[in-house]
Design a protein around this ligand. Structure first.
Ligand SMILES: Nc1nc2c(ncn2[C@@H]2O[C@H](COP(=O)(O)OP(=O)(O)OP(=O)(O)O)[C@@H](O)[C@H]2O)c(=O)[nH]1
Ligand SMILES: [Mg+2]
Length: 285
């Protein structure tokens, strides 16, 4: 599965739960990487493109792509090169995001994930910030409210923040990283996807600020494990708007997918270059 390694090749893997926006970002990135206009280019044929090709066709027609079925598991490997000749191998495990959940529930990491955890140089975590409201607990809600215990207990499930932290901890453990001594820690980019969905008071703020507001526990975990020079937080809107799976967005179709999407670098600082998160994670920026 692994591509031949060379001294200046970095390997990055994408981590994201179901609905995080993996497939749409992947489809938009592919389009940009093949466009000859981006600072990063595809240097050879990527493998296992089926899911992304279907998504690219849908987006091209102004429609949202379909969810990736939970049974899909096909590593897509993208050989990328930068203008100065540096190389990046991106591993995009095109999976139904539910597989991550299976890892957490079964507490077993399949061999493919173990290998990825060990051999990758960087991890790109996609999290959909608008889906992460801070859950109420005794720190944030008055005790009087908590006393009114629900009569029917919902099945216990970790919050999405807790799931991501747990997953990162499992992957760090598989890797044999020494968190206390700060050894063997991969680069990390937390990419807050679907930025366009955020409410007006957050949309103008910087990505680290939004991470701290929407996912404070994850923000603290990342800050405590990753030294500042190994981590970054960015915002991303792969489509710049929501697409429907049945009603065609004619404006999007007419102007084309290449006219949409941006990376958020800071408060009100955006660039249409969707490859920036890759440069960050490779340590080129
Ligand atoms: N508003 C907005 N919606 C987006 C954007 N990117 C993706 N979406 C929507 O987010 C939903 C999930 O996106 P996917 O790319 O299918 O998510 P995924 O991570 O591949 O999910 P699974 O395939 O279930 O693992 C879809 O309904 C998309 O239409 C964006 O930039 N903006
Ligand atoms: Mg998908």
């Amino acid at each position: 599965m692994a591509m031949p390694e060379s001294a200046n090749t970095r390997t990055v893997m994408v981590i994201g739960e179901s609905n995080a926006g993996k497939t749409h970002y992947g489809a938009q990135l592919l389009q940009r990487l093949n466009s000859q206009k981006s600072v990063l280019q595809m240097r050879a044929m990527p493998s296992n493109m089926t899911a992304f090709e279907a998504a690219m066709r849908r987006i091209h027609d102004g429609l949202a792509a379909e969810h990736t079925s939970a049974t899909v598991s096909a590593d897509s490997e993208w050989p990328i090169t930068a203008a100065d000749g540096q190389m990046l191998d991106l591993i995009w495990p095109e999976y139904g995001g539910e597989q991550l959940n299976d890892i957490l529930v079964n507490r077993q990491v399949p061999a493919t994930w173990r290998d990825r955890a060990r051999t990758s140089d960087g991890w790109l975590v996609l999290a959909r910030a608008n889906h992460h409201e801070v859950d109420g607990d005794f720190m944030s809600r008055p005790l009087s409210q908590l006393k009114q215990a629900p009569t029917v207990q919902p099945p216990y499930r970790h919050t999405s923040q807790a799931r991501l932290i747990e997953l990162l901890q499992m992957l760090l453990f598989m890797r044999g990283a020494d968190v206390v001594a700060g050894r063997g820690i991969p680069r990390l980019a937390v990419v807050l996807s679907c930025w366009d969905e955020l409410p007006a008071d957050l949309i103008a703020r910087g990505p680290p600020d939004v991470l701290r507001t929407r996912m404070p526990m994850l923000a603290q975990f990342v800050e405590s494990v990753w030294p500042a020079n190994l981590r970054s937080t960015l915002g991303l809107s792969a489509l710049e708007r929501a697409l429907d799976d049945k009603v065609v967005d004619e404006d999007f179709r007419d102007r084309g997918p290449e006219a949409f999407g941006y990376t958020v670098l800071g408060p009100n600082a955006r660039t249409p270059d969707l490859c920036i998160p890759l440069e960050h994670i490779a340590g080129w920026r």
